[in-house]
Design a protein. Structure first.
Ligand SMILES: Nc1ncnc2c1ncn2[C@@H]1O[C@H](COP(=O)(O)OP(=O)(O)OP(=O)(O)O)[C@@H](O)[C@H]1O
Ligand SMILES: [Mg+2]
Length: 242
C-alpha cells in the first residue's frame, strides 16, 4: 500500500464531472507533480483529498486509513496540510499571527504556538516580515507565508496549489529551493503547477490530467515528451524547446 492512495475518485458539480475516476499512488518522501489545462480538475482533486468537496465515489487512503467522512480540520490533524491557489491570508493580522493560527492546531499555549510559528517563519526565510500585516506582503512572500502557516500545522503530506504562479524567475528558483528543503525534512509533497520549469524541476513523478481524467503518469522527462500531454497541454512549442 502506498503512503497516499487515491482510488477511482469522482467529483461532480451538477452536470459537470470535474474529477472523473482519478487513481494515484504517492510514495512517502516524494514530490509528486499534478499538471493539466485550466479547469482539468487539479484543485478539485486537492479539495477531495481534504474532504472540502467529498468525492461522490472512490476512496482516498492516507497511511492505511480511509479519509471518508473525516472533516477537513481532522484531516489536517492527521497530517495533511495545504496551501491555496488563491492565497487566503488573514489580511489584517500580522504575518506572525497568520502563521500562529496554523501552529494552534497542535499547540495549546500562546508561547508554544509563537515558538512554532517563529521556527516555521525562519525555515521559510520570512522572519524579517513577521510584524508586517499580511495584506501588505508582496505576492511571493504571501505564498511563502501560506507555506509557513501550513508547515506550522506540522504536516507529513503537503498539498501545494500553484506555488509558483505570479512569481518572477528569481522567486521561482527560491520557491523550488524551499520545496526541496521541505522534502529534505521528510515531508511528502503533492504539487499542482502550471510553471513547467518548477514542476519539471522538482517532481519525482508527474501525472497529467484533462477533463478530470488521467492522460499520462511518469517521470518528468517521460511526461515532457508524451504525445498526448503535448497535444492536450504542453503544446508543440514546449516540446521543440526540450
Ligand atoms: N465549487 C464549484 N462549483 C461548480 N463548479 C466547480 C466548482 N469548483 C470547480 N468547478 C469546476 O470544476 C472544473 C475543474 O475545476 P478546477 O478548479 O479543479 O480546475 P483546475 O485544474 O484547478 O484549473 P486551474 O488550472 O485553472 O486552476 C472546472 O470546470 C470548474 O469550473
Ligand atoms: Mg486550480
Amino acid at each position: 500500500m502506498a503512503y497516499l492512495d487515491i482510488n477511482g475518485v469522482v467529483r461532480k458539480f451538477g452536470g459537470l464531472t470535474a474529477v472523473n475516476g482519478i487513481t494515484l499512488a504517492i510514495e512517502k518522501g516524494a514530490i509528486f507533480g499534478l499538471i493539466g489545462p485550466n479547469g482539468s480538475g487539479k484543485t478539485t482533486l486537492f479539495n477531495c483529498i481534504n474532504n472540502y468537496y467529498p468525492p461522490h465515489s472512490g476512496d482516498i487512503v492516507f497511511k492505511g486509513k480511509s479519509l471518508k467522512g473525516i472533516s477537513s480540520h481532522e484531516i489536517c490533524k492527521l497530517g495533511i496540510g495545504r496551501t491555496f491557489q488563491i492565497v487566503k491570508p488573514l489580511r489584517r493580522m500580522t504575518v506572525l499571527d497568520n502563521v500562529m493560527s496554523g501552529a494552534f492546531l497542535r499547540k495549546n499555549s500562546l508561547n508554544e504556538a509563537r515558538d512554532k510559528a517563529l521556527e516555521s517563519l525562519d525555515f521559510c526565510e520570512l522572519t524579517h516580515r513577521k510584524d508586517m500585516l499580511a495584506k501588505d506582503l508582496p505576492i511571493a512572500d504571501k505564498k511563502r507565508m501560506e507555506i509557513s502557516r501550513s508547515l506550522a500545522t506540522e504536516p507529513e503530506l503537503l498539498l501545494l496549489d500553484e506555488t509558483a504562479a505570479g512569481l518572477n524567475p528569481r522567486e521561482i528558483d527560491g520557491a523550488m529551493k524551499l520545496i526541496r528543503k521541505i522534502q529534505d525534512t521528510g515531508i511528502t509533497c503533492l504539487v499542482v503547477e502550471h510553471v513547467m520549469k518548477f514542476v519539471m524541476g522538482i517532481s519525482d513523478r508527474i501525472m497529467c490530467i484533462n477533463f478530470g481524467r488521467e492522460i499520462a503518469k511518469g517521470k518528468p522527462e517521460e511526461i515532457a515528451n508524451h504525445p498526448e500531454v503535448i497535444k492536450a497541454y504542453l503544446g508543440e512549442e514546449y516540446a521543440k524547446g526540450q
